[in-house]
Design a protein around this ligand. Structure first.
Ligand SMILES: Cc1ncc(COP(=O)(O)O)c(C=O)c1O
Length: 382
C-alpha cells in the first residue's frame, strides 16, 4: 500500500482519489511534528461489486476539492467550530443571492423536512402532499399524530396543481411539493408553481423540496428561492448537499425562508446549526465553491441516462424522462420481482413506491457502469 508523506499530503501534491492510503494526524499537538499515519482499509470487494441503483446517491462521491477539505479538517476533529456554519450560509447564500439570515442548515435536508412536519403536527393540523412523492415530511408528521391529505398523481404521471388545490382544506398547515419530484422525476413549470406558491402560502406554509434541482436542465424549471427573497413569508425551499454534491454521508441540507419562519423551523429542530459538524461544514464549503464539479456531474448523469433511455426504446419500455439523477420505467411486472431478479446480478434496484405497482425507479451509476445494468436487465427480461 502506498504511503504519502505529511508534506505531500498537506500540499495536496498526492492524488487523493488514486491511492488507497489516507494519511491523518492523530494527537493534535505532538503529531504536528511527528505525524502518525492511519491507513484506510480497501473497501470490501463485494461492496464495490454491487451497483447501487436504488438510492439516488451520487456514484462518483464528492469532488476532489471537497475530499481535500475533509482531510484538512481532520486537524479540527476535537473542536467545536461555531464560525463554519455561518461561513457555509454565506457561500450558499451567495450562489442563490439570498442573505444568511434566510438560511438554516440541517443534518441533511431531511432534518428540515422533519422539523416542518412537526410544525404541522404541533396542533394536529394536516399536511397536503402528492401521492406518490418523497415521503419523509408527511410520514414524520403522521408519526406525530397529524393527518395527510393526498392529491393522487394520475396515470399521466404528472402532479396536477389543480388537484392539490381541490384537495386543500382549512386543516392543512403545510403543503409539500417536491420539484423535481421523486419517485416520478418530472417537474412543475416555474410559472405555474410560482403562482401556486403565492396563492396557497396565504393559507398554509408551502414547502418546495429542491433536492434534485441542480441536475435539472429543463428550461421550464425554476427555483422558488426568489419568492423567499421577494419577502413571501410562508414559503420554504429546501436543498441538499447529498445529491449532486455527493455528501450524503456527511448530512448537510438547507432551508431557505423568511427569517421569522427560519426561527420557527429552528424551534422545531433538536440540533443547533451552530453546532454542525466541522468536517461536514468544511466539505460543504469546498463543494459549493466547486462549480466545475456540477458540470462534470450533469454531463455524466446525462450520458448515463442516455444509455438507460436507449435500452428502454429498444425494449419498448415506457419510461419518464428525467429531470434528476434517476429515471422511472414501467417493467410490466411487480417492482419487487424486478428487484429480486436484478439482485442475482449484484444490482440493487426496485424499492417499492406505492401506489405504483410495476414501475421501477432507477438511479444512475457511473456512465461506464451502465452497460452492466443493461446487460443484466436484458438477460433477465429481454
Ligand atoms: C426529494 C428528497 N428530498 C430530501 C431528501 C433527503 O436528503 P438529505 O437528508 O440527504 O438531504 C431526499 C433523499 O433521498 C430526497 O429524495
Amino acid at each position: 500500500m502506498q504511503k504519502i508523506s505529511r508534506r505531500e499530503w498537506l500540499s495536496g501534491s498526492t492524488a487523493i482519489m488514486g491511492t488507497a492510503t489516507i494519511a491523518a494526524l492523530t494527537a493534535p499537538q505532538k503529531s504536528l511534528s511527528a505525524p502518525k499515519m492511519i491507513e484506510m482499509p480497501e473497501p470490501d470487494d463485494h461492496v464495490v461489486d454491487i451497483l447501487a441503483m436504488g438510492g439516488n446517491e451520487n456514484p462518483y462521491g464528492p469532488s476532489d476539492k471537497a475530499k481535500q477539505a475533509i482531510l484538512t479538517a481532520f486537524h479540527e476533529l476535537s473542536r467545536y467550530n461555531f464560525a463554519l456554519p455561518q461561513e457555509l450560509k454565506v457561500v450558499v447564500g451567495g450562489i442563490h443571492n439570498i442573505s444568511p439570515d434566510h438560511i438554516e442548515i440541517g443534518a441533511g435536508s431531511n432534518e428540515i423536512l422533519r422539523s416542518v412536519a412537526l410544525i404541522a403536527a404541533q396542533n394536529k393540523q394536516a399536511v397536503l402532499a402528492a401521492d406518490p412523492t418523497f415521503y419523509s415530511l408527511y410520514r414524520h408528521s403522521q408519526d406525530h399524530g397529524s393527518n395527510t391529505i393526498f392529491a393522487t398523481v394520475k396515470e399521466d404521471m404528472i402532479l396536477s396543481l389543480d388537484a392539490m388545490r381541490r384537495a386543500m382544506t382549512n386543516d392543512v398547515k403545510v403543503i409539500y411539493i417536491c420539484n423535481p419530484d421523486n419517485p416520478i422525476p418530472s417537474i412543475i413549470g416555474k410559472n405555474e408553481l410560482r403562482e401556486f406558491c403565492i396563492e396557497m402560502s396565504k393559507r398554509a406554509i408551502v414547502i418546495i423540496d429542491e433536492a434534485y434541482a441542480e441536475f435539472c436542465e429543463n428550461p421550464d424549471f425554476g427555483s422558488m428561492i426568489d419568492l423567499v427573497q421577494d419577502g413571501h413569508n410562508n414559503i420554504i425551499v429546501t436543498k441538499t448537499a447529498s445529491k449532486i454534491y455527493g455528501l450524503a454521508g456527511l448530512r448537510v441540507g438547507f432551508a431557505f425562508a423568511h427569517p421569522d419562519l427560519i426561527k420557527t423551523i429552528m424551534l422545531h429542530k433538536t440540533s443547533s446549526s451552530r453546532m454542525s459538524g466541522g468536517v461536514a461544514m468544511h466539505a460543504a464549503i469546498a463543494a459549493y465553491k466547486d462549480s466545475d464539479y456540477l458540470d462534470f456531474m450533469r454531463k455524466n448523469t446525462r450520458a448515463s441516462l442516455k444509455i438507460a433511455y436507449d435500452m428502454f426504446e429498444e425494449m419498448n419500455i415506457p419510461y419518464i424522462k428525467s429531470n434528476t439523477n434517476f429515471t422511472l420505467f414501467d417493467a410490466g411486472i411487480a417492482t419487487a420481482e424486478v428487484g429480486q431478479r436484478m439482485l442475482k446480478h449484484n444490482i440493487k434496484v426496485g424499492r417499492p413506491f406505492p401506489p405504483l405497482k410495476t414501475w421501477v425507479r432507477l438511479s444512475m451509476v457511473r456512465t461506464e457502469q451502465m452497460p452492466r445494468f443493461v446487460e443484466a436487465y436484458k438477460k433477465e427480461f429481454g
